[in-house]
Every structure is written in structure tokens, then in C-alpha cells.
Design a protein around this ligand. Structure first.
Ligand SMILES: O=C(O)[C@H](O)CO
Length: 327
């Protein structure tokens, strides 16, 4: 294997619960010389000098100053997924290192999941399954009801690529679509999905039957939805979060769910992940939680890896890096 063609790449996780799966390792090894964190920690200087790239496959790694200082030949960090809130872009770029993510790969499956969570919570699909399979169930109750999705109002907070794809899907459900975003979409884009801009998030919160969170996590969006915002929502409203757990004040959410301030929540993301087993959110019946699976389909995970490899190969060769993120 030529070192030139197979750049030494530190992989933040291989195997284990949040690691790169074994069959994916084979694919990566066709292009990269993979260095595990264990090897990295055991072998010092010689190996560190060879490392040109980091392959970030989990949200946990801390790419800090110490790590960056130990890798003088590092050129590029490829991050799986779109969210880069766990990476300090300013620090990384001060070392002359580029960062790339995989925004296009993850947008469709994450939007699909958002719609899935909306349907599951509105129609109580998880509870319905539990009732249908329970040995205690003697008959199916006619009084067991959910909420309509068709014709309801969906408020999307964060109208980036994923938010827009949610709107495209919601249009097929004949939903009234409201959105709030830093920047307003152009008229043609709004018209194509029938989305109405709410300059004030409060207006969206008051009117929506479903509120879908699809923002990046930044200092401005941390705890964007807290007590005040939850109290503006309808008592029948359902909150769906497919972006980052920290966007919601979880204590305020628990209180809102326990006291009928909103009807229910469907969360693909929490803070931390997973939640401690005794966390109040896990004790509530009006919550659905999935384990951060926005991009978790076999086809998409492979595409993400392919995109990451392309970014790494371009970065180490000094070519423009596909999907480079600029701070
Ligand atoms: O950011 C993303 O794309 C997903 O949440 C995976 O981290």
C-alpha cells in the first residue's frame, strides 16, 4: 500500500456501539490507512507525524489543541453528518486544517425521520404497537385516538436543507406550513412548498399543531425552546426534535409534558445521549425517543463514508475539499 495513496487517517471510533462497522472498515481500507485511537495513544511521535487526516465518526471526540499540536502534518478532518457543533472550527483552522462534513448525504434520511416521528407521535404508533402485542389486551378500544396530520399546521424552525426537505414532504400531507429561519427563503422556494415565513418564532409557536426543530446547534440556538416558548405552544401541540438535544431546555420540556402545557414530544436527539436511565423524560408516556438515527440507513452511512473519503483524499492532495465547512 502506497502511503501517498492511502493517507494515514486517525479514526475516532472503530467497532463498539458507536464505531465504524466492520464491513465499512473494509471499504475505508481501500482508500485510507486507518489508525485507531488505541494505536494513536500507544504509538507516539513516528505515527503522529504520518497522520494527515482524522475521520470523525461519532459526536464524542474532542479535537482539542493538544491533539492538534500532536499532529503537525494534519491536513483535513472529515466529519460524518452535517452538525459540526462538537468541532471548534476556529481552533482547527488556526492549525491550517480543513474541515468537511456530509450535508447532502444526511438531509433526505433526516427529513424522512422527522416526518416519521411526526406520524408516530400524532397517530400514537409506538403505543399502538405496545397495545396490539400486549398479552393483557383483550379488545382494541374505540376510544383510543390520535391526532390528524393531514391538513394540520406544521411549524418548521430552521429552514436549511433538512428543514426544506421536511416542508417538501409535509406538502404531500396537505399541511399548512409555517417556518422561522434566520434568513427568509426566496419567493419561488416558499411557493414551491407553500411555506409561510414567520419573522417572529412566537407567531409560529402559537399557531402550530406540530413544531419541528431543524436548526444547527450554536450559542444562539442553545435552549432555543424553553419554558416561555413551550407555554406559547398549543396544549394539543407536538414538539419534534431532529437536530440537537441542547436546542431544548429539557427540564422545561419535562415540566411541559407532565403538566399538559404541550401534548407530546418526539425526540431523535437528547442531552446527553443516551439519557441516564432514571431521567424523567424516560418515565413519561407522552414521549417518543429514538437513538439519534437521522442518518442511520445502510445506504446513507455508506454514502457518508464515501463523501468523507473523497474529502480526505482531496484535502491531503491539496485540492479543493468537497463539502468543506467554513467557520
Ligand atoms: O449532524 C448530523 O448529521 C447527525 O445528527 C449525525 O450527527
Amino acid at each position: 500500500m502506497e502511503e501517498q495513496d492511502h493517507p494515514y487517517t486517525l479514526v475516532t471510533a472503530i467497532g463498539g456501539a458507536d464505531g465504524v462497522y466492520e464491513d465499512h472498515v473494509e471499504f475505508l481500507q481501500k482508500n485510507l490507512k486507518l489508525i485507531t485511537m488505541k494505536e494513536f495513544l500507544e504509538n507516539k511521535r513516528d505515527l503522529h507525524l504520518k497522520i494527515k487526516a482524522i475521520f470523525v465518526w461519532s459526536l464524542k471526540p474532542v479535537i482539542n489543541r493538544e491533539l492538534l499540536q500532536s499532529l503537525p502534518n494534519l491536513k483535513v478532518i472529515a466529519n460524518s453528518g452535517v452538525g459540526i457543533d462538537h468541532l471548534d472550527l476556529r481552533l482547527i483552522s488556526s492549525f491550517g486544517v480543513k474541515v468537511a462534513n456530509t450535508p447532502f448525504a444526511v438531509s433526505n434520511p433526516t427529513a424522512d425521520l422527522g416526518i416519521g416521528l411526526m406520524l408516530a407521535s400524532a397517530r400514537r404508533i409506538i403505543e399502538g404497537h405496545q397495545m396490539a402485542v400486549s398479552p393483557d389486551t383483550k379488545h382494541f378500544s374505540a376510544a383510543w385516538l390520535g391526532e390528524d396530520v393531514t391538513g394540520a399546521t406544521l411549524g418548521i424552525i430552521g429552514m436549511g436543507t433538512i428543514g426544506y426537505k421536511i416542508a417538501q414532504r409535509a406538502k404531500a400531507f396537505e399541511m399548512n406550513i409555517l417556518y422561522h429561519n434566520r434568513n427568509r427563503r426566496n419567493g419561488a422556494e416558499e411557493q414551491a412548498v407553500g411555506a409561510v415565513y414567520c419573522e417572529k418564532m412566537e407567531d409560529l409557536l402559537r399557531q402550530s399543531d406540530f413544531v419541528m426543530l431543524a436548526v444547527n446547534l450554536t450559542p444562539q440556538t442553545c435552549k432555543l425552546i424553553g419554558k416561555k416558548e413551550l407555554e406559547l405552544m398549543k396544549p394539543t401541540a407536538i414538539l419534534i426534535n431532529i437536530c440537537r438535544g441542547q436546542v431544548i431546555d429539557q427540564d422545561a420540556l419535562v415540566n411541559a409534558l407532565q403538566n399538559g402545557i404541550i401534548k407530546s414530544a418526539a425526540l431523535d436527539v437528547t442531552y446527553p445521549e443516551p439519557l441516564p436511565r432514571d431521567h424523567a423524560l424516560l418515565q413519561l408516556e407522552n414521549v417518543i425517543i429514538t437513538p439519534h438515527i437521522g442518518s442511520a440507513t445502510s445506504k446513507i452511512r455508506r454514502l457518508m463514508m464515501k463523501n468523507m473519503v473523497e474529502s480526505i483524499l482531496a484535502g491531503v492532495r491539496g485540492l479543493p475539499v468537497p463539502n468543506e465547512v467554513h467557520g
